[in-house]
Design a protein around this ligand. Structure first.
Ligand code: HEM
Ligand code: HEM
Length: 298
């Protein structure tokens, strides 16, 4: 039988998976230009369940998944609140509830205000921030966070790694903001492409720093390798998105399949890059406030 902390760990992993699916669904709303397929909010055409035809499928489908994720986030926070986890983990879980609520309000606002770019860009970025938070929560609830893994390593290297992983996360996050500006305004395309170089440089530096760790089984090693691979894939998908959204003129009002595929894949893989950069950042430092999790029995 699973212990209580084992069940919380599973629940938080399930939440991460659901949020990832929700981000993918959100990206598909934008890529299909379906943001205004349902003109009202919180109801859709005055009902909870409109006919799922045309672009209503993408927009209302996204709202349904968002509703489920919001309830799941609340349920997770209540379970964590009732567990013997330390106060800062409880606060992290409730911060997730606040973020998902703000995110739903931004989603509603962007519809009612007819997709103003600042609101759509904020909705795009807050969605990924919420994803990063659920990843950190799942990590702190997992046994992996209890064995910090960096004990016995050169303190100078550890300090450097902590700085580097923070910078890398910030650079990837800035790249997300630029990407969202490109996606919702068509501006800053070259800034976004150029900034990819800074992201790549930092991903390589993290890889080099992690390769100097003496612990051959440090989970940071595979994590840094996967980050490098996903970043490379992101650039290939970005090139495809650039060709199909910026260089080739659309024929007709509907987004063609190749445009949807590249733009959505770049958006979704971008979420993986940001999420993994956040995970590497939390993995490379001790748990907040130096406290250790209580190990809950049953
Ligand atoms: C609560 C959790 C939610 C999350 C994590 C989330 C996430 C996302 C993401 C990642 C996108 C894609 C942004 C992009 O491609 O740049 C998106 C798009 C969108 N979402 Fe949400 N969303 C949530 C809730 C909602 C709700 C409740 C609504 C209600 C109407 C909504 C309406 C929209 C619309 C209209 C778009 C398309 C925006 C555009 O094309 O400019 N979202 N969402
Ligand atoms: C590692 C570097 C990169 C990261 C992390 C990244 C991330 C992102 C993200 C997250 C978005 C969507 C933002 C949103 O949610 O609204 C985006 C959009 C975009 N990116 Fe990137 N990107 C990278 C590199 C590139 C490169 C090298 C190119 C071009 C060669 C590129 C071209 C684009 C384009 C054209 C869009 C907008 C697509 C659309 O209109 O739907 N990206 N990027």
């Amino acid at each position: 039988m699973k212990t209580r902390s084992g069940r919380l760990e599973l629940l938080s992993f399930f939440l991460v998976g659901c949020v990832f699916f929700l981000l993918m669904a959100g990206g598909l709303v934008t890529s299909h230009d379906a943001g205004l397929a349902v003109p009202d909010w919180p109801l859709s055409y005055g009902t909870w369940m409109p006919p799922m035809v045309g672009n209503i499928f993408w927009e209302h489908g996204h709202r349904m998944i968002a509703g489920f994720v919001a309830l799941l986030t609340l349920f997770t926070a209540v379970c964590i609140q009732r567990s013997p986890e330390p106060g800062w983990i409880k606060k992290l879980a409730w911060t997730g509830v606040v973020l998902v609520t703000l995110q739903a309000l931004l989603g509603g606002m962007t519809v009612l205000m007819l997709l103003p770019p600042p609101v759509s860009i904020s909705h795009a970025c807050l969605g990924q921030t919420f994803f990063c938070l659920t990843i950190a929560l799942a990590y702190y609830l997992s046994p992996a966070s209890r064995k910090s893994g960096l004990q016995g390593e050169d303190p100078l290297l550890v300090r450097k790694l902590m700085r580097l992983t923070l910078l890398t996360f910030l650079f990837v996050y800035l790249q997300l903001i630029l990407g969202a500006v490109v996606r919702h305004t068509g501006k800053a395309v070259y800034e976004h492409m150029g900034f990819a170089l800074a992201v790549v440089a930092h991903v390589v530096l993290v890889q080099l720093a992690v390769s100097r760790l003496t612990d051959a089984r440090s989970p940071l090693k595979p994590a840094a390798r996967i980050l490098a691979a996903l970043t490379l894939l992101q650039i290939v998908l970005g090139a495809g998105a650039f060709v199909f959204t910026q260089m080739i003129q659309r024929q007709g009002p509907a987004a063609p399949l190749h445009e949807v595929v590249f733009a959505s894949a770049h958006h979704t893989n971008g979420a993986l890059v940001i999420g993994l950069a956040a995970l590497i950042f939390v993995m490379s430092r001790p748990a907040p406030f130096g406290s250790h999790r209580l190990k809950a029995a049953v």
